[in-house]
Design a protein around this ligand. Structure first.
Ligand code: B12
Ligand code: SF4
Ligand code: SF4
Length: 368
C-alpha cells in the first residue's frame, strides 16, 4: 500500500509537470453510469457514430466494461487540461456575416495529439518508477479507447457530470480536455466530485435543438456538435433553422453555464487560437478551396468535418443569418459540384428569400 501511495503521488506530480491542471485516480469498477451508456446506445442516441457501438465477440459493448475489454486494467489515471482562451463566448457573437467554430477546435494543434503527447510523458515517468516495469501494463487514450472517459473523470474527482453532460470542475469550469492512462497497478483512488448543478437548468433551456432531452441526457441526433462534425451528407431540414451560426461544434450549453463565468484562460501554446478561426467569415468557409482547407486546417481538429461538411454548415448558417447580402452567393452555390452543398444552398436561398418577402423592407432597413 505504501508503494501504491508513492506511485500515486508521483503520477500526479508527473501530470502537473506535463501541464495537466488536474489528475486523479479512478478504480476500474462496473459503475452504475456504465448502464446509462448501454441504455444510451440502445435508445439510438449515438446517431450514426458506429464506433460508439463496437462490440466484442460475445456481443457486449466494448466501451461499457473495461473489466471485459481490458481485463488487466486496475486503475484509470484521468488527466484534464484547460483549453479555454481569453476570447468571447459564442452567445456574444452577433455579426450575421460570421459563424462559430467551437472553442476546443481553435488551437494550433489537434487536441488528440496535444493531450496524448502529455499523457505519454506521464506514462514514461510511471514506467521509470516501477521496478517491475516489464510486467506493468499501460495504455494511453484521448477519445479513441474503449472508455467512457467522463465516467472515470467523475470517479477520479476531476469534476461532476453536469446536466449538459460535460465534466465540470468547481474551480476551472468545463473547458477541459480529458485524457486517460489505464494501468495494471492498483493505485489509490480519489473520491468522486459532488454534483453542483443544483436547481439550475440553464443549459437545457439554452440548447437550441432540445438535444438535452432530460437532465444529464444528450441525444446526438439533435446535437449541433454532432450534426456539424460527425453527420455526413445532408442534415434534416427541421433541424437546420435551429443550428444558428454554428459551423463546427457547439459551445452554447457551456457558454451559459454559471461555472464557466470565471473560467481561467490557459497560456498553453497548443491551445492558442489559429488566426481567423474565432468567429470566422461565413463566405470564406463556404467557398474555401481544397488547397486552402488543407493549409488552414492541417493538424487541426476541424479536419474531422471534412471540407464538404464545413462548407455545408457555412451555407446553412448563411440561411439562418437573415442577411440578404448572402443571396447572390447562395444562388451561385445552388449549382455547386458537391450535391450536399448545392442542396443546402437551395434551402438557405429559399429561406432568405422567404424572409425577405415576409418581412419586407422593414427588416432590411433595420439590418443594414
Ligand atoms: C461521442 C462523443 C461526443 C458526441 C456525444 C456527446 C455525449 N454527450 O455523449 C458529440 C459529437 C455530440 C460530442 C459533443 C461534444 N464533445 Co464529445 N465526446 C464523445 C466521446 C468520444 C464519447 C462520449 C460518450 O461516451 N457518450 C456516451 C454518453 C452515454 O455519455 P454521457 O453523455 O457523458 O452520459 C453520461 C451522463 O450524462 C449520464 N447519463 C446518461 N444518461 C443518463 C440518464 C439518467 C437518468 C442519468 C441520471 C444520467 C445519465 O451517464 C453517462 C455516463 O456517465 C468522448 C470521449 C470518450 N471516449 O469518452 C468525447 C468528449 C465527451 N467530448 C468532449 C467535448 C469537448 C465535446 C464538446 C464540448 C465539443 C464541442 N464544443 O462541440 C461537445 C459537448 C456536447 C455535450 N453537451 O456533451 C470532451 C468532454 C470534456 C468535458 N469537460 O466533459 C470528451 C471527454 C473528449 C475529451 N477527451 O476531452 N461528443
Ligand atoms: S452542444 Fe449545443 S446542441 Fe449540443 S447539447 Fe449543447 S447546446 Fe445543445
Ligand atoms: S448550466 Fe446549470 S444545470 Fe447546466 S451544467 Fe451548468 S450548472 Fe449544471
Amino acid at each position: 500500500m505504501n508503494q501504491s501511495r508513492q506511485i500515486t503521488s508521483l503520477v500526479k506530480q508527473a501530470a502537473h509537470a506535463a501541464g495537466f491542471e488536474l489528475a486523479g485516480i479512478a478504480p476500474v469498477h462496473e459503475f452504475g453510469e456504465l448502464d446509462r451508456f448501454r441504455e444510451w446506445i440502445a435508445a439510438g442516441r449515438a446517431g450514426e457514430m458506429q464506433y460508439m457501438e463496437a462490440r466484442d465477440e460475445t456481443g457486449a459493448l466494448k466501451r461499457a466494461s473495461l473489466r471485459t475489454t481490458l481485463p488487466w486494467a486496475r486503475s484509470v489515471i484521468v488527466c484534464a487540461i484547460n483549453y479555454n482562451t481569453a476570447q468571447p463566448y459564442s452567445t456574444e457573437a452577433k455579426d450575421p456575416q460570421r459563424g462559430w467554430i467551437a472553442r476546443y477546435a481553435w488551437g494550433q494543434k489537434d487536441y488528440h495529439d496535444a493531450v496524448l503527447a502529455r499523457l505519454r510523458m506521464v506514462e514514461k515517468q510511471l514506467r521509470d518508477a516501477v521496478s517491475t516495469s516489464s510486467e506493468l501494463q499501460t495504455r494511453c487514450y484521448v477519445d479513441t479507447g474503449p472508455v467512457v472517459e467522463r465516467v472515470y473523470a467523475k470517479y477520479a474527482g476531476i469534476g461532476w457530470t453536469g446536466k449538459n453532460t460535460c465534466i465540470i470542475n468547481q474551480k476551472l469550469g468545463s473547458w477541459l480536455f480529458l485524457g486517460v492512462i489505464l494501468t495494471s497497478l492498483e493505485l489509490v483512488p480519489d473520491l468522486p466530485a459532488p454534483d453542483r448543478c443544483g436547481t439550475c437548468t440553464r443549459c437545457i433551456d439554452a440548447c437550441p435543438t432540445d438535444a438535452l432531452v432530460a437532465p444529464y441526457q444528450l441525444d446526438s441526433n439533435r446535437c449541433i456538435s454532432y450534426l456539424t462534425i460527425e453527420k455526413r451528407g445532408t442534415i434534416a431540414e427541421g433541424l437546420r433553422p435551429l443550428m444558428g451560426h454554428e459551423v463546427f461544434g457547439c459551445d452554447i450549453c457551456q457558454d451559459v453555464c454559471p461555472w464557466n463565468r470565471k473560467a481561467p484562460a490557459t497560456d498553453a501554446a497548443e491551445f492558442q487560437p489559429r488566426e481567423g478561426l474565432v468567429n470566422p467569415a461565413l463566405e470564406w468557409l463556404a467557398e474555401i478551396s481544397v488547397e486552402e482547407f488543407r493549409e488552414t486546417f492541417r493538424g487541426s481538429a476541424v479536419r474531422r468535418a471534412k471540407r464538404v461538411g464545413l462548407r455545408r454548415n457555412a451555407v446553412i448558417a448563411m440561411g439562418n443569418s437573415g442577411d440578404q447580402r448572402f443571396a447572390p452567393l447562395l444562388e451561385k452555390l445552388k449549382a455547386d459540384e458537391d450535391p450536399v452543398v448545392a442542396e443546402s444552398a437551395e434551402w438557405a436561398a429559399k429561406k432568405l428569400s422567404r424572409e425577405a418577402t415576409e418581412c419586407g423592407s422593414d427588416t432590411l432597413v433595420r439590418r443594414f
